[in-house]
Design a protein around this ligand. Structure first.
Ligand code: CTP
Length: 475
């Protein structure tokens, strides 16, 4: 048990209000969880605060709210004995100390009052069980019965109880362990890792939304590969993202091998994490090769191919998002588009980079062309320095050309310079196939650089093409 005082952590006036309210009710109260952990790590302190009361957390919350400016509303979750106050954008979560697993998301609403230490014991990790007293007699003192502070120093994720119990109390904690290891750069204790591996199939009882929350946090960290590698080694991956698991392995036929697309993907995700915070672009990096497992083939003459994997992969994105109850909205469409187009800039840069190829890329990718380039640059994982240099300088050239072509031709969000109505008026046509043919011909001429993307050039081109098709201009 530590007796360090951390009164400095409690400068937020809200702690004074909580302490006074608890004193009024004659109950002992503590700050616990992420707030204490992040403070002790010297990290940015989270806005949200978890409070544990040795008594009724709900009563305490009500008393606190009555003392707060504006008397904020208290949301009570009676089944779980918890209450929440949203105070000026800050979430204050109150819970009564429990003997049993207590967590608000836990399925079983067992609420048996306990002491602080009994409550700490039922929490997920020693580093999350650290508590600071808000009581008069020892205000600011750290209560740490499981040496969470030592684990913070050792950078260790460890459970207060025998890990099998902690993880079966709430199997989501298996993912939380991996997520914290990834976010904080910590190691998971060997006993915990074994327990996770043994209990992996219990992840099935956890809601998809909570799993995805953890995946987002893993993907949002500086080195997401740490988390995905752990999901893989513990065996959780096949329950959560079997499409990724299927990418693992190298096959060899007649002396020809292909790369291990799982480990390659993890490298790509780490690369992209250095250049973008865009979570959906990071998802695209994670999923960009999933079509490779179902499309893999060996051909005697050409070796391994993954024909059409981008298209197949983009279809799989839908299935995966649906299975994980993720949004099937424009975010998903963005990921699909990135996966579908993920090889385009590479193919383009392998060759001589022509203006028309760049125009087509901009036309197809629209506003997402920079994101696509970012994805493709992250996809360069070759260890051959000569190839690295070549790809990088080619991509630089593509990016430059995108800017030049865009300034000149305005292909992004392309609007045809000549409308269908104008074509009908010009040639006195009723709605017909010819209009589509002419519109397409004008678009193609612009993309190919035959004419600039301007009205008068397009008008002349329309007249010329119409003429060739045997149409007579009426005006
Ligand atoms: N907790 C737990 N088991 C869970 C979830 C949470 O024991 N499955 C406990 C931990 O003590 C945790 C506290 O509840 O510190 C608050 O949970 P939460 O707000 O989800 O996590 P934080 O630790 O605050 O961290 P983060 O905000 O990064 O998720």
């Amino acid at each position: 048990m530590q007796s360090q005082n951390h009164i400095k952590a409690l400068i937020d006036p809200v702690f004074g209000i909580i302490a006074r309210s608890a004193q009024d009710l004659n109950i002992n109260t503590y700050v616990i969880g992420g707030f204490v952990r992040d403070y002790l790590m010297g990290n940015e302190i989270p806005k949200d605060i978890d409070i544990v009361a040795v008594g009724s957390g709900i009563e305490l919350a009500k008393r606190v709210a009555s003392h707060l400016p504006g008397n904020p509303k208290v949301s009570v979750f009676k089944n779980f004995g918890t209450a929440m106050i949203n105070h000026e954008g800050q979430e204050l979560e109150f819970v009564g100390a429990r003997k049993e697993s207590y967590h608000r998301d836990s399925r079983k609403p067992v609420v048996e009052d306990g002491t602080l230490e009994e409550d700490q014991k039922r929490r997920d990790f020693t580093i999350n069980a650290l508590a600071l007293s808000l009581n008069k007699k020892n205000y600011g003192v750290l209560l740490d019965p499981f040496d969470g502070l030592g684990d913070l120093k050792r950078k260790l994720i460890r459970t207060p109880l025998e890990p099998g119990i902690t993880y079966s109390d709430d199997p989501l904690r298996m993912m939380r362990a991996i997520r914290f290891a990834t976010q904080l750069g910590f190691t998971i204790h060997g006993d915990s890792l074994r327990a996770i591996t043994e209990n992996k199939q219990r992840i099935k009882i956890i809601s998809k939304e909570r799993i995805v929350d953890e995946l987002h946090k893993i993907l949002g960290s500086t080195k997401p590969s740490v988390g995905f590698a752990l999901l893989h080694t513990t065996g959780l991956l096949k329950y959560i993202l079997p499409e990724l698991k299927a990418l693992e392995g190298i096959e060899e036929v007649e002396g020809q091998r292909h790369k291990d697309n799982f480990w390659h993907t993890l490298e790509v995700v780490d690369n992209i994490a250095k250049t973008t915070e865009n979570l959906w672009l990071r998802w695209a990096a994670l999923l960009h090769d999933i079509g490779k497992a179902p499309t893999k083939k060996f051909h005697k003459r050409i070796g391994w191919t993954f024909h059409g994997h981008e298209f197949v992969g983009s279809k799989m994105v839908y299935t995966l998002f649906k299975r994980l109850h993720m949004p099937l909205n424009e975010k998903m469409k963005f990921v699909q588009k990135m996966v579908r187009m993920s090889s385009r800039p590479i193919i383009l840069s392998e060759d001589f980079v022509t203006d028309s190829a760049v125009r087509r890329l901009v036309f197809d990718a629209g506003d997402h062309v920079e994101d696509l380039m970012t994805l493709c640059e992250a996809d360069i994982t070759t260890k051959n320095p000569r190839k690295q240099r070549k790809y990088k300088s080619n991509f630089k050239l593509v990016r430059q050309k995108i800017v030049e072509v865009e300034e000149r031709d305005h292909i992004r969000n392309f609007q045809p310079p000549i409308s269908g109505e104008e074509i009908m008026r010009t040639f006195g046509l009723k709605p017909s196939r010819e209009i589509g043919i002419l519109k397409e011909a004008i678009k193609e001429a612009i993309l190919e650089g035959v004419i600039p993307n301007e009205y008068s050039a397009a008008q002349n081109y329309m007249l010329q093409k119409g003429n060739e098709m045997g149409l007579k201009a009426k005006i």
